[in-house]
Design a binder for this molecule. Structure first.
Ligand code: EPU
Length: 430
């Protein structure tokens, strides 16, 4: 296992480029099962979750190859397998996105339930209800969802759950509905840019989807989907994380490939925290001259502040000049990073689904352990701000969604290196 060794308290400066969106690429890769011809997907990030989904697809007779130009070429070479095993699905919940496409294209899908997760309870009831409304017969047997349908039929479906819309649930049902007979209306659909990107991809293959990005999506079923080429949108969460890296270190960072229209909620928070932002359509610069002002944040579905940036904003709040309140509105228990941030000296109290953070002038380096992707990224950011050396262990969580995080941060002047965990580095002031 790798760890990151970080010597903090250096302002980051320079230019860095965000990669392609992991959370757009994964459902798009899964939806490639629907195509009758090869598809080419550009700007898919080289992250562990993409490798995991490639293994799931291989199990399903779908070949995923990275070409010399970096694009992924995806082609079904055997359309008989229908089973995605627990061994792979448990590693990454997004594997569940193969359920809808498999069912629609092969009429049968046997997909492991994803199981537990470090963000708290994450049911898939809405995915299943949506597919059942399309006419699928579903049952759960020994931890697997078994879904069958000779034919899917268009339906009027609500996908709204207790915490708002479901992103991958919308992806699953929208993908399946492309091949259903008749028209499907999805109400309470997720409005995230990743859903718009999936709809754009499916429409490129010949699907007839309108309204993606709105709460109501209409899908007119077609006989089959062809091949095609699609370029994945830039990763708004990675862009936000890099901007917060600039803010937390009192630096001056220019992030290219950051789409302003996707970052509104986060930029508002950074603006209120006192950052000087300059924006263009495809890049954002951040300059932080003083300690951040305290922030009041409630995460919610798009276009609000994303839950996937909550841990990083909590890290920023640890050095703010006063008391911040961070309310988690999507995954109420997503606070695994809080005890680790406290190891750096941060003063944080949990209050139900919120964290109350009393900012300090200085964090002090310590040994830390990542327990999920975004929480791990938050630890890296906090370590960049902390005085002295920190070790962030179990960095594989961060590798699931960040392409070369230490290289990008090093390019901005961060003192950061990847080490094998069996060679523990000395911890303390450097
Ligand atoms: N929910 C239900 N029933 C369902 C599905 C979801 O009640 O059937 C609830 C969830 O428990 C949660 C809320 O609905 O309270 C929203 O969950 P959602 O289904 O939207 O989450 P997801 O689709 O499983 C995606 C991202 C997550 C991101 C969330 C929220 C991908 C592959 N994953 O997950 O990304 O946090 O949307 O925006 O797109 C990450 O990248 O680190 C990550 C966790």
């Amino acid at each position: 296992m790798d760890l990151l060794r970080i010597t903090g308290d250096t302002p980051l400066t320079g230019t860095v480029t965000a990669g392609g969106s992991k959370n757009a690429a994964l459902p798009i890769m899964a939806a490639s099962i629907l195509a009758t011809e090869p598809v080419l997907i550009e700007r898919v990030p080289e992250v562990v979750d993409v490798t995991t989904l490639s293994a799931v697809l291989a199990q399903l007779g779908v070949e995923v190859k990275r070409q010399d130009d970096g694009a992924l070429r995806i082609e079904t070479v055997d359309s008989s397998p229908t089973r995605a095993d627990y061994e792979l699905v448990r590693r990454m919940r997004a594997s569940f996105c193969v359920l809808g496409p498999l069912l629609a294209r092969r009429r049968r899908a046997v997909v492991s339930l994803p199981g537990g997760c470090n963000l708290g309870d994450r049911p898939v009831d809405l995915h299943l209800a949506g597919l059942a409304a399309l006419g699928a017969k579903l049952r759960i047997d020994r931890g697997y969802v078994i879904a069958e349908a000779d034919e899917l039929r268009g339906a009027d479906i609500s996908l709204l759950g207790p915490h708002g819309a479901t992103v991958t649930g919308t992806a699953n049902v929208m993908s399946a509905a492309t091949l259903a007979r008749g028209t499907t209306i999805i109400r309470g659909a997720a409005r995230e840019p990743e859903i718009v990107d999936l709809a754009d991809f499916l429409n490129t293959l010949g699907a007839r989807i309108v309204g993606a990005g709105e709460a109501t999506i209409e899908i007119v079923g077609v006989e089959h989907l062809n091949g095609g080429t699609h370029r994945v949108i830039p990763d708004r969460i990675e862009a936000a994380t890099l901007l917060i890296a600039g803010a937390i270190t009192g630096g001056n960072v220019h992030v290219k490939n950051a789409r302003l229209e996707h970052l509104g909620g986060v930029l508002d928070v950074l603006d209120r925290a006192g950052a000087e932002l300059s924006v263009s359509a495809n890049s954002v610069s951040i300059l932080m001259q003083n300690r951040p002002r305290p922030i009041q944040v409630t995460t919610c579905p798009y276009p609000g502040v994303p839950t996937d940036v909550q841990p990083q904003l909590t890290a920023l709040a640890t050095i703010a000049e006063g008391r911040s309140e961070i309310v988690e509105g999507v995954f109420p228990d997503r606070f695994m990073h809080v005890p680790e941030l406290k190891r750096l000296g941060a003063r944080i109290e949990r209050a139900g689904h919120a964290a109350v953070v009393d900012g300090l002038r200085r964090l002090v380096g310590a040994e830390l352990m990542a327990s999920d992707l975004r929480g791990g990224a938050a630890l890296v950011l906090a370590a960049l701000a902390a005085e002295g050396v920190s070790l962030v262990r179990r960095i594989y969580h961060v590798d699931r969604g960040h392409e070369q995080i230490e290289r990008k941060l090093a390019r901005l002047g961060a003192q950061i290196e990847r080490c094998r965990d069996q060679q523990p580095a000395k911890v303390g002031s450097s």
